[in-house]
Design a protein around this ligand. Structure first.
Ligand SMILES: [Mg+2]
Length: 255
């Protein structure tokens, strides 16, 4: 008998005292076979812009993408953001980036040679991390896993971060939970109720972090187990929820 997918209740109605942390791929935006094929619709950008105003600036993107990729995706918005799962962090315009180890160049070259054998597979160079994608090439999953495991020998201080049809080689010591806590310690996030919306395993760190600070997580999809208390079906449901939040907060405005 198939396991029952746990049903999480929808999140509560928007409140302007939240600090809102949003994952991007699989949460705000639908997946595409390749990361570059993903686009943010103008309506979504307008919604995020309006929500940021309603939250007095306490809206951040928390993603595995680089800050540069996030800025390009959501242009002209320049939101507070954590890139590379927290290795890059920008609060009030100040960005922190980590150094790239020399050995990563050789690993990149070898990974690209391997991926080239599987049309649709992709190796994404993110500066301090490498992401091995097989969404467009399921047969590449096992060889990319084996490759990444052996590449760790050349990369002390690195570990493997599994995601949704992607495996990332990344430095130890940064995850989405730490990124949320770092932002939550600073204005305009400080003192607000943190809400984290995400779909992936990497988002569990974010769910746990907001749970410890009086907030809650919202899981997109039906992955189990999860520390998120609430759920939304898919990115379309997240976008609709955010649109409703804008409408609700506008009707709540005094005067
Ligand atoms: Mg995601």
């Amino acid at each position: 008998m198939a396991a029952q997918i746990p049903h999480r209740p929808p999140p509560p109605a928007f409140s302007p005292d939240w600090a809102l942390f949003l994952d991007v791929d699989g949460t705000l935006l639908d997946f595409a076979d390749l990361p570059d094929e993903v686009h943010a619709a103008p309506a979504l950008i307008a919604t995020l812009d309006a929500l940021r105003d309603q939250l007095d600036g306490a809206l951040a993107l928390v993603s595995g993408r680089t800050l540069a990729q996030l800025d390009a995706l959501f242009a002209p918005l320049l939101l507070p953001a954590a890139g590379l799962h927290g290795l890059e962090l920008r609060d009030n315009g100040h960005a922190i980036a980590h150094a790239r180890p020399v050995a990563l160049d050789d690993v990149l070259t070898a990974a690209r040679a391997l991926a080239a054998k599987y049309p649709g597979a992709l190796v994404e160079d993110k500066g301090t991390t490498l992401a091995l994608h097989w969404r467009g090439a399921p047969a590449a999953e096992e060889p990319l896993h084996e490759f990444a495991t052996s590449a760790l020998i050349e990369l002390p201080g690195y570990h493997l971060q599994p995601g949704n049809r992607v495996l990332e080689l990344r430095p130890d010591g940064a995850h989405k939970g730490e990124a949320v806590l770092a932002l939550l310690a600073t204005p305009p996030f400080h003192g607000r109720r943190p809400v984290f919306v995400g779909d992936d395993l990497t988002d569990e760190h974010g769910f746990a972090a907001v749970d410890c600070h009086g907030g809650f997580g919202v899981l997109v999809g039906a992955r189990s187990p999860s520390a998120a208390r609430y759920g939304l079906h898919d990115p379309a449901a997240v976008r609709e929820w955010l649109e409703q939040a804008v409408i609700l907060s506008q009707t709540q405005e005094p005067g």
